[in-house]
Design a protein around this ligand. Structure first.
Ligand code: ZN
Length: 110
């Protein structure tokens, strides 16, 4: 068994577990029920973790998680306004500060 992933957000840990199981990877979640004693042990020792039972699946599982994380970022990539330098959330196409358009960034692909 090999530890693959950990996150203090137990919902993310279960999300990863379900996603990997759908891909046929046998995984195990640890520490997801330790919240009641979270104040008594160091947080790093009670973070929910996803373990891969078969080490041969590790690289593939790691790849799937990376893909999952990058696709989540693609949904809402923050961008910096070229006119005023403000950081704008990806869900906005226009700067909240100066109404500058996302396309006014010089490096926009054509
Ligand atoms: Zn702006």
């Amino acid at each position: 068994m090999k530890k693959l992933y950990s996150n203090d957000n137990v919902a993310m840990v279960w999300h990863v577990k379900n996603m990997l199981e759908q891909q046929g990877i046998d995984v195990l979640v640890k520490n997801d029920k330790l919240y009641s004693i979270a104040g008594e042990v160091p947080i790093t020792e009670c973070m929910p973790e996803v373990w891969v039972r078969n080490a041969l699946h590790y690289r593939y599982a790691e790849q799937l998680i990376a893909e999952m994380e990058s696709s989540e970022q693609e949904m809402a990539p923050a961008w910096q306004c070229n006119s005023c330098g403000e950081q704008v959330e990806g869900s906005f196409g226009v700067c909240w500060n100066c109404q500058g358009n996302i396309d006014s960034e010089g490096e926009t692909t054509l």
